[in-house]
Every structure is written in C-alpha cells, then in structure tokens.
Design a protein around this ligand. Structure first.
Ligand code: ADP
Ligand code: MG
Length: 698
C-alpha cells in the first residue's frame, strides 16, 4: 500500500478508532457493550454518539443524514434529511439527535412487502444496526439500519442475516465447548464475495434500449470474434479500464472496503473485483456499496458498468462467488484443515455439518440464487448447473470414505506434478481448487458457493447458509451432549453423516451431461428455473426451520416468496415490452429502409434494360429479407399476444410459470429471426451498435 492508500483507507467511516477518539470514554464503553451483548442502546448514549457522528460527518462535507437500508428490491434505499434546525435569530444550526440516529420512519408503502403491509398501515421503521459502521458517501452521513413494518414484520434483507449470525454463533459455540474450548466467546461467518462485471462504452450503451431498460441485450447477432481465443482472461488490462479500476479502488478504500484483487475475466470486456473477506454483516453492506460505486465511477470514465447476469447471449455471463467460512473471536477459522485433517475431529465435525446442511437443504440454496436473470446462466455450460453438489477434492473425499467404511485413511502421499515439482506433503490445498465447475466447492479453508448471480444481494444466500448450518450444528450438539462417551458418540455421528450424505459429494465435471443423469439417480434436485425453485421456500420443513431459529415467520416467508415471484414476472414483462418496442419502432423500419434501397436498385437496373443476371443477387436478397421481415413481424404479433395473456393470470406462481412457458419462448423466437436479419442488413441501416462494437470498443 502506498502512503496515500493507508491515508485514505476508511477515511469516510465512523469506525472503532474514530469512536474511541471522539466519544467520551463512558459512552464508548457503553456502545461497545451494547454491540457485544446485542442489546438495544439507551437514548442518552445514542445522543452522545449522534452528536459526535454529526460533527465528524460535517468535517467530511456532509450536510444530510440518511437511514441506509436494504429493502426487498435487492438494492439499498436512502432518504436524505439535512442536519439543519431553525435557530431563534433566523439562522440555522446543525442538529442530529439520538432519536434520529436510532430510529427512522420512512413511508414503507413503496417498497415490496408481498402483502405484509397493507397500505392503511404504510408506516415502516428503520432501526440503527450499530454492528455496521456509519459512513459518509457523497455528502450524506449513512447510518446502516434494518427495516420493518408497523406490525413488526421484517421488510428487509439484513434482519434475517443478522439473526442467522446469532443462530450460528449459539450452536457453533456448543460444539466448541464439547471439544473443550472454553476460550472462544463468539463464532461468526466470514464472506469474501468475488464480483464479476462488464464495462461498456457509455455512448454505445445509450444507443441500446435493451441495455438501458433491461440491463441486458435482447437482440444481437454473434460477432466474428467472441471469447474463443481465450485471450481476455487474466490478459493485460487496457489503460481505460486500468484508470477505472484505480479510481474505483480509491473510492472503495475511502469507505473501508478491502478491494484487493482485480483482473480480466473470460469474456471480452468482462472483469472481476475481489475484496479481502470480512464478517458477513460487513461483507454484505460492503458488497452493496461496491456494486453501487462500481456503477457510479464508471460514468465518470464515460463507461457503463453492467452487473446483469447475462448481458450478451453466447458470451459468458457474470456471477458472484460467495466464499464462506466460520471464524472465531480467537482468530481461528473453523474450516481450516491444518496438516492432519483426518485426525482433526473438530474440523471434520464442522465440515460434515456443512455437507449435511447442503444435502438436506439443496432446495433452499438453489432458490436463494433464483432470479429471472440468473436462469440464463445456471446450467448454460459456463456456470454451475442448477443441481447442488459439493466438491471436496481427493483428500477430504478419501477421509470421508474411510470414515464411512470404518477403515483407516490412507494418506495421499506427496505427488510429483506434471512439471516434476514436488507438491507439499501436507494438505494439498491447491488441488482442491482445480474444479471450477462445482456449484459449491471446498477451496482450502472455506466453501465457495458459485451459483450467485452478479447483481444479487449476498444477504439472501448467506442467511440461508447460516441457518441451515446452524440447524445441523444444533442437531449435532444435541446428540453429542446427550452422550456420556463423547469420543464414541462423535465417531458414530461422523460415520452416520458420511453414510447418509455422501450422495451430495461430487468431484467430477458438473457441466457434463452424464452428471445430470447421475444426479437424478442419486435423488438430487434439479430445479431448472426460478418458478420451479421458489415454491420450495414454503415447504413445511423450511417454514419449521426458519421459525425454530427465529429467522423468519411463516407469514414473512410467504410474502418473500411472493415478492420474488413477482420480481421474476415483472422482469420478463419489461423485457418483452422492450423487445416489442425495439421491433416495431426500430428493427422492422430499418429492414424496410434497406429493402427499399435494394428494390430501387433492382428497379433502376430494369429501367436501364440491363440483363436480369446483373440484378439477380439484389433480387434474391430482397426476397430473402422480405420473407424474414414477414416472419419477424408475425413473431412480434405472437409475442404481443403472449404478453397480453399474462394479464389474465392472477396468482403469483401461476403468472411466473406463464412468463416462463409462454413469454420467454416467444421472445426467443422473435430474437432468432431478428438476429438473422441483423447478419443480412447493411450496418448503416441497423439501428443498434453490434455485439462486436459493444464488446471490443473499450
Ligand atoms: P479465486 O478466484 O481463485 O476463487 P480469489 O483470491 O479471487 O480466488 O478469491 C478468494 C476470495 O475468498 C477472496 O475474496 C478471499 O478474501 C476470500 N476468502 C479467503 N479466506 C476466506 C475465509 N476464511 N472466509 C471467507 N472468505 C475467504
Ligand atoms: Mg472464486
């Protein structure tokens, strides 16, 4: 890090060091106590904190504050209030009270609630979450908050995440105590989300209605060059992109976000940013901020940052790898295998808990990443298939097998690699990372959940990860606590878990057709689309699970399911309407112009009494384009009918299924003809920049 970087890092964050420096000792101690014990703050402490926060923020150019929250839209929300208060002399003073810090009352009626919050009780509340630091962004003091309704129902993405942290802490501690660990006071989950994105030239972007309205292209013929040369991945970063990345890093560092790694991705114009991992709560806030700032900084460089999961057909889409582990306040990583994993029973207990959780709750993990956009990726030979399985690598699979069979584990000895280099004799960390096709891979000392779409909030998948692992840890602890012979009970538990859940482990190629057949034989779920996956949310076993751990009530789950289904339908609805507009207003008229010019050529040549061979080619093209035109026009009508038919569907799930089965295929049909036309119409007639231009011009 340069001196400059250490200076700017966290300069816009009201972090622990600042609190220590700026708060009176008693207030600082009280606040830390509240955070540690998870109790609510008293008003007098809040008042002192608010005042210090305001002064600090004003020094950093802030004039307003906002309760920053994460409603079910999946993006963050903020409503700005200025600090000004009237003073008796007609001037103003800058004020910010403890009450304003800890509680807000935004009108909740415009946020999705899935029927939870009737409009007559539109009031919603935001409450300060002091476990996430306040920060200044663009002259606004942002206070991270949770969001709930007048009736107390959860309306945001953060609350279940925070609650799931409590659940995992509670039950992981029970396991640690059984292993004789008395020192650890807290267990938390850690996340490192790797973020993929595309950068496009802003001027070209603005010429495409599909990108502007939908974030992805709805038409586009294949360019002569795509990603087949594999020359972009880790390729040298172009200077315009490098300038963007530098600017972005600085903005992120100011907000205390550990932006660490950046490189080009597989597709042209595609890149990745990975932060250093942090605690789940912070990682979630930081990833939301990262996505927002990525977009904003791009505009400064006359670029547009696309976070859509599948902006271009035939080109790799963007995902977000969710690296997940469990850490302790003593600095331990509970998924660290060490040198001797087969004899590290505590490591194996946590590892097996994750494996069992993933097997039992495949449905929840799958639906936690289900969106209309991500459906284009999963199973498309670039991202994992829709089938959940766990990659463990040879060594851990070997250990699991030997536990299942009750034999001794034969350690994999040091191996010569192809290049003749000796691999380290202890745990072969690198070999676990080779498989890039697995949806859920153990990568050294963490699991990497790779099914998330690039634009997804990581709150959803992680509250589910935390809850399902907490549930299994709870079962394990309950069983072990009952026994009077811990060692024997533990061996039996591990053996039973290996026997029952080995089916979820798969180290082969997840993209292969044979895996689909094999997975079916193993009884694994294959939920191909969002409307197929989402209903599992409301399964009895899942409602019981979330209720038991105090994460979400049945009513809240049903409302969430409804919101997600509606979101799916709305997304496709907007795409279909955009497509129709592009067809009718731009594409069909463009074809007409070209046809017209060609026809004039034919007519002129006829007038000159030239031999028919001299205009035969133009005539053939006129015929071909006319027939494609007629086909496209007919398909536009069919698409229009399909969209109108959706209005007759009433119930959310039925509507979503309709969009999947009727609207999406009609869109595909229309696109196929339009793309063929694009390949046959002169470039100056075509109303939109081509894939080639979009992908290769930055
Ligand atoms: P790759 O692209 O090979 O998956 P990267 O280095 O790009 O690897 O990303 C790995 C990510 O995993 C980083 O964000 C890193 O901080 C994160 N990570 C490392 N250790 C942990 C951990 N214990 N818990 C959560 N995330 C972790
Ligand atoms: Mg990765």
């Amino acid at each position: 890090m340069s001196a400059n970087c250490t200076e700017i890092f966290g300069s816009m964050v009201f972090n622990d060091a600042i609190m220590k420096e700026r708060l009176p000792k008693a207030a600082y101690k009280a606040l830390k106590g509240h955070i540690r014990e998870n109790t609510s703050l008293t008003l007098d402490v809040a008042h002192v904190v608010a005042n210090a926060m305001k002064d600090w923020a004003i020094e950093r150019g802030a004039t307003h504050y906002t309760h920053w929250f994460q409603p079910m839209t999946g993006i963050t929300a903020e409503k700005h209030d200025s600090f000004i208060a009237p003073a008796p002399d007609g001037k103003v003073i800058m004020e910010f009270s403890g009450k304003e810090l800890i509680k807000g009352e935004p009108d909740a009626s415009s946020f999705p609630s899935g029927g939870l919050r009737a409009t007559f009780e539109a009031r919603g509340y935001t409450a300060w979450d002091p476990t996430s630091y306040a920060f200044v962004k663009e002259g606004i003091l942002c206070i991270p908050t949770v969001f709930y309704s007048y009736g107390g129902q959860v309306l945001d993405k953060k609350t279940p995440l925070l609650r799931s942290q409590e659940a995992i802490n509670r039950h992981a501690l029970r396991i640690l105590r059984l292993f004789g660990d008395k020192a650890t006071r807290r267990v938390f989950t850690t996340i490192g989300p790797e973020q993929e994105y595309f950068l496009l030239d802003r001027t070209l972007y603005e010429q495409r209605k599909d990108l502007v309205y939908c974030g992805r292209t709805l038409f586009g013929a294949k360019p002569p060059k795509g990603q087949e040369m594999e020359d972009h991945y880790f390729g040298s970063v172009k200077s315009r992109v490098a300038a963007y990345m530098k600017d972005l890093d600085e903005e992120l560092w100011k907000l205390g976000i550990y932006a660490k790694t950046q490189h080009n991705e597989v597709a042209p114009s595609q890149h990745e940013l990975a932060p250093i991992f942090s605690m789940t709560n912070t990682a979630c806030d930081h990833n939301q901020l990262t996505m927002e700032i990525m977009k904003k900084v791009a505009l400064r460089h006359n670029l547009v940052c696309l976070l859509h999961e599948k902006p271009f057909a035939g080109v790799n889409g963007s995902g977000k790898h969710n690296n997940w582990s469990m850490g302790t306040d003593q600095g331990a990583n509970l998924l660290e295998p060490g040198r001797d994993p087969e004899n590290d029973k505590q490591f194996l207990t946590f590892l097996f808990a994750v494996i069992k959780a993933v097997d039992l709750y495949q449905d929840l993990l799958r639906l936690s990443v289900a969106t209309a956009a991500n459906d284009h990726r999963l199973g498309a030979n670039e991202a994992p298939p829709a089938i959940i399985s766990v990659f463990l690598g040879d060594e851990l699979t070997g250990i699991m097998d030997s536990i299942r069979q009750g034999g001794d584990y034969e350690k994999i000895e040091a191996r010569e690699m192809d290049g003749g280099v000796m691999v380290l004799p202890h745990f072969l960390r690198d070999t676990t990372d080779r498989n890039r096709t697995s949806p859920f891979a153990f990568t050294g000392n963490k699991f990497e959940f790779r099914m998330l779409g690039s634009s997804l909030s990581i709150a959803g998948p992680n509250f589910i990860m935390n809850t399902i692992v907490a549930e299994v840890l709870d079962e394990f602890a309950t069983e072990l606590e009952k026994s009077d012979n811990f060692e024997r009970a533990l061996d039996a538990l591990l053996k039973k878990t290996a026997e029952k859940h080995e089916r979820i482990v798969f180290n082969g190629n997840n993209y292969a057709e044979e895996w689909v057949t094999e997975a079916r034989k193993r009884g694994l779920l294959n939920l191909k689309s969002t409307p197929e996956a989402l209903p599992y949310f409301c399964d009895d076993k899942n409602i019981r699970l979330f209720g038991k751990h105090n994460i979400l009530t049945e009513e809240e789950i049903r409302s969430r399911c409804e919101i997600l289904l509606e979101n799916y339908s709305k997304t496709i609805h907007i795409e279909a309407l955009t497509m129709l507009e592009m067809l009718k207003k731009d594409i069909l008229p463009a074809v007409t112009s070209y046809l017209n010019d060609l026809t004039i050529v034919v007519l002129n040549k006829t007038k000159l009494e030239l031999p028919p061979e001299s205009y035969a080619a133009e005539k053939t093209l006129v015929l071909k384009l006319s027939s494609l035109y007629a086909g496209l026009s007919a398909r536009a009508d069919l698409l229009n009918e399909a969209v109108l038919g959706a209005a007759e569907r009433k119930e959310a799930h039925e509507t979503a299924v309709y969009y999947k089965d009727k609207v999406l295929p009609a869109m595909r049909e229309a696109r196929a003809v339009a793309d063929e036309l694009e390949a046959n119409v002169g470039e100056k007639y075509w109303p939109y920049p081509t894939y080639g231009k979009l992908l290769f011009s930055v």
